[in-house]
Every structure is written in C-alpha cells, then in structure tokens.
Design a binder for this molecule. Structure first.
Ligand code: SAH
Length: 357
C-alpha cells in the first residue's frame, strides 16, 4: 500500500521532496492543497511540476476514506460511516453545539478493551488507525462543512478505539491537527478520552499538552469497575487515581471524569457518595453520561429521576458535575453502533451467501 499523505508532517514531506531532488517548497504547496483548498485528488494540484506530481502519485494515496453513508439525527448530529483502504469500516460523528462544530473521531478499527456497555468492542480490535487516517476523518467532515462555509472548531477522540492503545499515532495526529499549516484546531479544543491505560497517562502528563484529558471512570469499586471495564483488572482504581493525580500536579490541568450510568450497576446514592470520596484529591469535573442502550448489550439507562438523584448527590458534596447532553440518540450515536450494525449486516449477507452456495 502507498503512504497516507495525511500522515505526513510538513517537515516529513519536505524531506521526501528533498530526498527525491525536488524543491522543498513543493511540500508547502501540497499542504496548501490538502489542508486549505482541501482537494480530493493529486491531479487538482495544478501548480506542481509534472515530476512532483508523478512523485506524489507514485508514493502516496490521497483517497484514504471512502464515504459509505451518513445518518442524520433530528438534533443535527451526523454520523458518517467510512471505508478505509483495506475495506474495513470506521465511523466519525459531527456534532453541532452552541459554541461551534465538533467532530468525534475513531482511533482504532474496533476496540479490544471489552467494556460491557460499549458497541465498539464487539468483535474486538482489527487494527490501529494511523495518524493520517484519523486526520482524514476530520478532513472529510470539514469538506462536508465547507459546503455551508462552516468549520470544525473542536475535536474529541472518543469514537471507536482506545486512543492510549494507539498512543504514538494519536499523539502524532494531535500535533498534526493542532498545527497552523493544517486545520489549526487549538489544543484547548481537543479532548482525548482513555479507559485508563495508566502508563500512558504518565507519558501524556509528561508531554504537558494543552489538550483536555478525559478518563472513563464509570465505577468507584474495583469489583464493579473490573466487571464492566476489564482494563481495571490490569490497572485498578488505586493506580488510576494516582496517575490522574500525577497528571494534575504535572500539568496543573483539570481532568474530565466520565461516569456512564448503568441502571442498577453504578447509579446508586452510595456510589455517588463513594465517588465523592474517591476523587477528593483530584482536580477534576465529572461528566455524568446516561448510557446509550446498545441492543447487543444487556445494560440499560437509568430513569431520569435516578440520574438526577446521582448528580444531586455529587453536587451536595461540592463536586462539579454536568450531565452529558445526549446527541444523536435516535441514530445509534454511541461509539461503534453504526459500524457494528453495518458489520452484522455484512455478516448476515455473507451468511446468506453461504447458504445459497
Ligand atoms: N476508549 C476510550 C475512548 C472511546 S469511548 C474510552 O474508553 O474513554 C468514549 C466514551 O464513550 C467513553 O467514556 C465510553 O465509556 C463511552 N461510551 C461507551 N459506550 C457508551 C454507551 N453505550 N453510551 C454512552 N457512552 C458510552
């Protein structure tokens, strides 16, 4: 397979042209076509020399994602399903907020974390996405917004996959997208969410980026957390809290703790009280997520009154807590739901084919 042009930094592209006896400034020209004019093909780059164009087409692909379908919610949320070059499906979501448009990108094809409430992990992980495949999701959605003269202003790395299980590509992507030669999305407008891969939290703290770190906490005891998030067996709560504290101290930044409420699993008053105790040493705010029902999963969303009671119990302890606005719940917007649906559709088709055979 050829190289993904969106995985290249400007410096790497300059080095590529230099090594091939072409002027370095070709890289800036290409970057301009990719990230400012946002063309779909090398052929459109009409200020390049024939030789530079030939070099590009010989070594690189620009069509990284093929649009497959989109699902539009009544609240304006749009979920995009794309096909990657090796024919797997990935999804990305465009959300409209009062402060602008944000995009939720996938970082892996599938996920190996095994959280029991999440659709992304059904079927495990296929492979990591490279930084250019993550970038291409943003570019494709930005192209869609170009029609309305709008721009992507913030990013969340909360689609399918565990970003810290694909650490190097994710960090490269963040540095790429944050660069003023590309889409120039401010670090403060980027959030990366992890299920709690402790060693990478230390690494991330040491990078001292302005990016927001979100941690999927979801439970306050090792028994419950290990039950719904197998990663907890490897990195239990005590270690996770210690790593978050290190992050706080090192970066002086607040983390977002995501707490997905699952009916009768982690939504009691006692749990909310324990949460208060657990996070006392941390600089954080809690984002309470009414879990989206996933048809393949047995968990259910608690009633509104139980959700409110949970949040009120947190607030009474002086904890800064918000309920995540549910966007796109009418369009399978929880991570991996569309991809899972498409995959099962394809499996069914394959199965049907086998029967016909
Ligand atoms: N693997 C990373 C990032 C992807 S998941 C992580 O675990 O943080 C992004 C967020 O969506 C996580 O907080 C995850 O727990 C949450 N999530 C997963 N399934 C969900 C569902 N069915 N409803 C609501 N949120 C869900």
């Amino acid at each position: 397979m050829k190289n993904n042009i969106y995985a290249y930094t400007l410096e790497e592209l300059q080095a590529f042209f230099s090594e091939n006896n072409e002027a370095k400034f070709r890289a800036s020209q290409v970057y301009n076509w990719l990230y400012q004019k946002r063309v779909n093909s090398f052929a459109q780059m009409n200020n390049l020399s024939k030789r530079a164009l030939d070099l590009l087409t010989e070594h690189f692909d620009i069509e990284i994602l093929t649009f497959v379908l989109k699902q539009e919610s009544i609240d304006g949320t749009i979920k995009f399903l794309f096909k990657v070059r090796d024919h797997h499906f990935i999804e990305a979501v465009l959300m409209k907020h009062d402060y602008g448009y944000s995009v939720c990108v996938s970082t892996q094809i599938g996920c190996k974390m095994g959280c029991t409430f999440c659709a992304s992990t059904i079927g495990g992980v296929v492979r990591n996405l490279d930084s250019g495949e993550i970038m291409a999701q943003v570019i494709e959605i930005q192209k869609y917004l170009d029609n309305a003269n709008e721009r992507v202003s913030s990013l969340v790395l909360m689609g399918s996959g565990e970003p810290f299980d694909n650490y190097d590509n994710v960090i490269k992507f963040i540095n790429l997208v944050n660069n003023d030669h590309t889409l120039n999305i401010g670090a403060r407008h980027i959030t990366v969410s992890t299920s709690g891969i402790v060693p990478r939290i230390y690494d991330f703290a040491d990078l001292n980026l302005q990016v927001t770190l979100a941690i999927s906490l979801h439970a306050t005891t090792n028994t419950v957390r290990s039950l719904i998030m197998p990663i907890n067996r490897r990195y239990p709560l005590e270690e996770l809290i210690k790593a978050i504290k290190y992050y706080n101290d090192k970066t002086k930044r607040r983390v977002t703790l995501e707490f997905g409420l699952l009916n009768d699993v982690n939504d009691s008053i006692a749990e909310a009280l324990r949460l208060g105790d657990l996070i006392k040493p941390l600089l954080c705010h809690v984002n309470v997520i009414p879990i989206n029902d996933v048809s393949e999963r047995k968990h259910k969303k608690p009633s509104l009154s139980r959700i409110k009671q949970f949040v009120e119990t947190l607030e009474k302890q002086g904890i800064n807590a918000t309920i995540r606005k549910e966007l796109g719940s009418d369009i399978d917007a929880a991570c991996g739901q569309l991809r899972a649906k498409k995959a099962s559709l394809i499996r069914r088709r394959m199965y049907a084919k086998r029967i016909n055979y």
